[in-house]
Design a protein around this ligand. Structure first.
Ligand code: BGC
Length: 725
């Protein structure tokens, strides 16, 4: 990359919290054919050439494991170039210099905030006479204070629009690695959708609150006509409390505030170097009477292409499907995060691993995950252990089962959905190292015992008094995942033409040791894992026992992050589709539709984030935009609508059409734009039978109650009479 010829530059004099603007004035000496800008920063930046924004990538350069990898963006700026030019680049703290994570008290926050602000850029001008000129960051650049007085990820942004950069000062060279520079790998982050104010509320507490009707991740853009010095001040919230008042205690340490001091006249503004997870804003100060048309909620996320759609005869279920996709949009902002609002917003590996399959169906996330998985690999511990977050800003944490397993599960799923082995080739070493690290970490050979784990996070079966880790045995979960990850390494290695006999033997030993150590299963999640990871000696019997447990619990799930994604699959695979549907359609706590009855517009972190009486479960860990439990949508695509493929048919080389219709929802439609073309499936429950419609661009194996047969690509209608009709 040519940018490496440029020099890292930084401020000669510290500006504290103020975001600096760097500039370079230059002339284009001849007639220009093409001009390009290669650029990146330590922080997040926005560039302007002659007062016009360069590109539409926001929060560039995105979030990577900065120690090892920093993406460089390349923009075509031919159109923006004049004869005399001024390039300005404002750099905010971004992820690189924000005090993350919120709960850290042992110095990491401070260390991160103290890192230098840096910029590196190369401008290449190609003239029509065939000559070229380059302008590089160097001592010729200058820096000044910008109107952005403060900006960081958790606390928000402060801008004084009256400030005009003017006291230009020298910059200095920064000694920083250029080996970390890589070309842009992920999807670009953009302003993707805009939403209007639904209602301006005067709350019982007398506050002015704006409701956008949908929780999004991004920012509010506003237009105000004011005198210089007037203050716009608001903060963000996801829900109102049970009195209808503004609430954001659940943001914990994140202030999530915007402060904007107006210049004279009409002006439109939005934050530039931060983002918020919100549905509401509390307007603390606004010059004059706020009007709905003055505000727009802008949803900001990675520019992924939508590929999957679900629709049914049940409006509540449809709202849930929408909530799942909003959860994905809100948490796929360059890195798959747990939540977008509180003082976390981290790439929790467990959450990503749980949701990855659903994510691949709703959106094309191949590029998004390939980039993130390289960060995960870059941050693997020397022994191969995988941290709980990637990029790993926790450093000192210990690997947890089901979280670290993102190293194997995510690449495998990306390969399965899209059919390109490149991701396996890319990640194979990381996958293998993860499995090897378990072998050296465990207290018992061929199992994973000991260690610190998150267990079946947030499940409902912890002993009275409750622990967030649930009631399943940590060694059980860890050993089950050890088996699963080893199996995936074997599969990936074989596909890449490697000799995997050593890992095959290891897998066999793990299964044997597991069966010996855990002859019985205690919780719903233990049953689920034993069947789904093919550890149970008698899967049918185990699935039947699981069904019985669910019924005995009053047709209620008791599972957390680990058991929930596979629960309905296991029930359906072993003849209990009806019960799986009952769990999905349950409107009372605990269940997927309960939050929908409470007005949710995204998926909640907890089954009971808002309790029946309207009060909150807790303030300390209660996100209303956590995608993990939305993972059930992959069951709807694969089992309810019936669109799946065999493991050997990655990328939907051949379709297995095996739907499980249910009378209670009436009809279900699924559309999936696969790498082999668009598939659509529909079923409708009628009085004396079920009508199925399938449109497939690939050969399909049809599995309906009447039997199995193969069909060529085409559009088909099938009819099944109810047995009793
Ligand atoms: C996050 C989770 C995450 C967990 C680890 C939480 O604070 O929000 O989603 O996986 O910590 O247990």
């Amino acid at each position: 990359m040519e940018i490496k010829k440029a020099q890292w530059i930084t401020l000669a004099r510290d500006m504290g919290d103020i975001c600096p603007v760097f500039r370079r004035i230059f002339a284009a000496k001849k007639s220009v054919e093409k001009a390009e800008l290669e650029i990146t920063a330590l922080g997040v930046y926005e560039a302007e050439l002659n007062g016009k924004r360069v590109g539409d990538f926001v929060l560039a350069p995105g979030w990577t494991s900065y120690e090892h990898r920093l993406q460089v963006q390349t923009y075509d700026i031919s159109e923006l170039l004049s004869q005399s030019n001024e390039l300005r680049v404002t750099v905010g703290r971004g992820w690189f210099r924000s005090p993350m994570p919120g709960w850290d008290n042992d110095g990491m926050k401070k260390q991160r905030m103290d890192q230098p602000c840096g910029l590196i850029a190369l401008l290449r001008i190609g003239y029509t006479d065939g000559t070229e000129e380059t302008i590089l960051t160097d001592a010729a650049w200058e820096a000044s204070e910008s109107p952005t007085l403060f900006s960081e990820i958790y606390d928000g942004e402060t801008c004084d629009a009256r400030v005009v950069p003017g006291s230009w000062q020298k910059v200095k060279a920064l000694d920083w690695s250029k080996d970390i520079l890589i070309p842009q790998e992920g999807e670009e982050i953009r302003e993707m959708e805009r939403g209007a104010v639904r209602e301006i509320i005067r709350t019982p507490a007398g506050e002015t609150v704006l409701d956008f009707g949908q929780e999004v991740t991004g920012w509010v853009e506003f237009t105000v006509n004011a005198h210089a010095g007037a203050l716009v001040h608001f903060n963000h919230g996801e829900v109102l409390d049970n009195h209808g008042n503004f609430y954001n205690e659940n943001y914990r340490g994140a202030k999530a505030e915007v402060r904007y001091t107006c210049k004279e006249g009409k002006q439109t503004w939005r934050p530039r170097f931060t983002f918020f997870g919100f549905r509401y804003i509390h307007l603390i100060s606004w010059p004059g009477e706020p009007k709905p048309e003055d505000f727009t909620a802008v949803a900001v996320y990675s520019d992924m292409k939508r590929t999957g759609w679900l629709k049914s005869g049940d409006p509540l279920l449809n709202r849930f499907f929408s909530n799942v996709t909003w959860g994905q949009r809100g948490n796929f902002l360059d890195v798959p995060t747990d939540c977008p609002q509180r003082d976390e917003r981290l790439g929790w590996t467990g959450d990503a691993e749980v949701f990855v399959k659903t994510a691949t169906y709703f959106y094309d996330v191949e590029r998004f995950f390939k980039k993130w998985l390289r960060d995960l690999a870059a941050d693997q511990f020397p022994d191969g252990g995988v941290g709980s977050v990637a990029p790993n800003v926790l450093k000192k944490d210990k690997p947890s089962a089901a979280w670290g397993d993102a190293a194997t599960i995510c690449p495998w799923q990306i390969y399965q959905t899209y059919g390109d082995k490149a991701v396996l080739a890319d990640q194979f070493d990381s996958m293998k190292k993860w499995v090897d690290s378990i072998g050296s970490a465990t207290a018992t050979p061929d199992l994973w015992t000991g260690g610190t784990h998150f267990g079946d996070w947030l499940s409902l079966d912890a002993a009275e008094g409750g622990d967030r880790k649930g009631g399943s045995r940590p060694d059980f979960i860890a050993s089950a995942y050890y088996a699963h990850s080893t199996a995936l390494v074997v599969k990936a290695g074989k596909l890449l033409g490697k000799d995997m006999s050593e890992y095959e033997a290891l897998h066999e030993r793990i299964v044997a040791a597991f069966r010996q150590a855990f002859p019985t299963y205690l919780t719903q999640t233990e049953h689920v894992l034993a069947v789904h990871f093919r550890l149970a000696e008698n899967p049918q019997k185990t699935a039947d026992a699981l069904a019985e447990m669910v019924v005995k619990a009053g047709i209620q799930l008791r599972t957390g992050f680990v058991g929930t994604p596979y629960l309905l699959h296991v029930l359906t695979d072993y003849g209990h589709a009806d019960l799986a549907w009952s769990l999905l359609l349950r409107r009372e706590y605990p269940g997927w539709l309960y939050p929908v009855t409470k007005g949710a517009t995204t998926v909640w972190e907890r089954w009971n984030g808002i309790k029946e009486d309207g009060s909150f479960e807790t303030a300390s860990m209660n996100s209303f935009n956590h995608y993990a439990y939305g993972a059930v949508a992959d069951w709807v695509f694969e089992q309810a609508a019936g669109l799946r493929h065999g493991e050997e048919q990655a990328g939907f080389a051949e379709l297995i059409y095996a739907p499980h219709p249910d009378e209670r929802v009436g009809w279900l439609q699924a559309k999936l734009n696969t790498r082999r073309g668009p598939v659509s499936a529909y079923w409708q429950w009628e009085r004396d039978g079920v009508r199925y419609e399938l449109d497939t661009p690939m050969p399909a194996l049809i599995r309906l109650p009447g039997g199995e047969r193969k069909v060529e690509p085409g559009a088909y209608t099938f009819w099944e009479k109810h047995p009793e009709a």
